[in-house]
Design a protein around this ligand. Structure first.
Ligand code: FES
Length: 273
């Protein structure tokens, strides 16, 4: 069993947990993920590792409460235990020889982006980040990014914090101003990653994305997490979750993600009754 050592509510839909998971904490690297279960009959929930502490033997996860399983997870508190916490899964991020990287995060995308950018900063790379959210409360981890990023840009849809607009508004401005960018790492909702690629592709700027499609086993067996990259079928759980964003078929990915929207809606409706 995996004890929850800390729980924090980050906004009205996002929570953070620090979980005691010695094996995962010893082995994990930026870019990898875990699959957890709440209860013996619980559904598997894949979550990218937001942080790890090898001395404390803990893993930090940040999740959005969107459906039945994440609601069950959100019912747990400090001192409670998770039934399963499997990992580290997926291929660690491959860091390239670059001088200047801009990270782009939307919503809970800040969580997987954080350890990647911190590692790059530790390697001496100049790192900036653009964090986006619908409104101020959905802009996550800005203070944590400030510890190692040269610039932290913020964009909100309603203008309640930072630039009024999207992350791509800020990114396009920086490119137009002649900012020298070797690589963009974009993590967030699929439409956001697609929009980022629409900005970087014409400029031929290397762009990495982290994909979080529907997953079941997390070991390459079920085929649920299938994505098309450069015209080839890949499984996000064993071939990713990081991919070359310029080669990802985002339209197909969005179509597959909509598959269970109706069920999620029904569960949320029932929970709100
Ligand atoms: Fe089953 Fe990736 S989750 S193949």
């Amino acid at each position: 069993m995996y004890k929850i050592l800390k729980k924090e509510v980050l906004n009205d839909v996002v929570e953070l947990m620090e979980v005691h998971a010695p094996y995962v904490a010893r082995k994990c690297e930026p870019g990898q993920f875990i699959i957890l279960r709440v209860g013996e009959d619980g559904e598997r929930i894949p979550l990218t590792i937001a942080d790890f502490d090898r001395d404390k033997e803990t893993i930090t996860i940040i999740y959005q409460v969107v459906g039945y399983s994440t609601r069950e997870l959100a019912k747990l508190n400090e001192g409670d235990e998770l039934t399963d916490f499997v990992g580290p899964l997926g291929i660690p991020t491959k860091f390239h020889e670059v001088k200047h990287v801009i990270g782009v995060a939307g919503g809970v995308g800040s969580a997987p982006l954080y350890p990647q950018l911190r590692e790059l900063a530790n390697r001496g790379v100049e790192v900036d980040v653009i964090i986006g959210g619908r409104e101020a409360q959905y802009v996550l981890l800005a203070d944590e990014f400030r510890k190692f990023c040269k610039n932290v840009y913020i964009a909100t849809d309603d203008g309640s914090l930072g630039t009024k607009g999207f992350v791509t508004t800020v990114l396009s401005d920086l490119i137009e101003k002649g900012e020298n960018i070797d690589e963009v790492i974009a993590i967030g909702p699929v439409p956001m990653m697609k929009a980022v690629v629409n900005v970087t592709k014409p400029k031929n700027i290397k762009t990495s994305v982290s994909l979080n499609p529907i997953m079941i086993d997390g070991t390459g067996m079920c085929g649920c997490c299938r994505v098309s990259v450069d015209g080839k079928i890949k499984f996000a759980c064993v071939d990713g979750p990081d991919f070359d964003g310029l080669q990802v078929d985002f339209d197909e990915l969005m179509m597959r993600q909509r598959m269970f929207k109706e069920e999620e809606h029904t569960v949320n409706e029932n929970a709100n009754r």
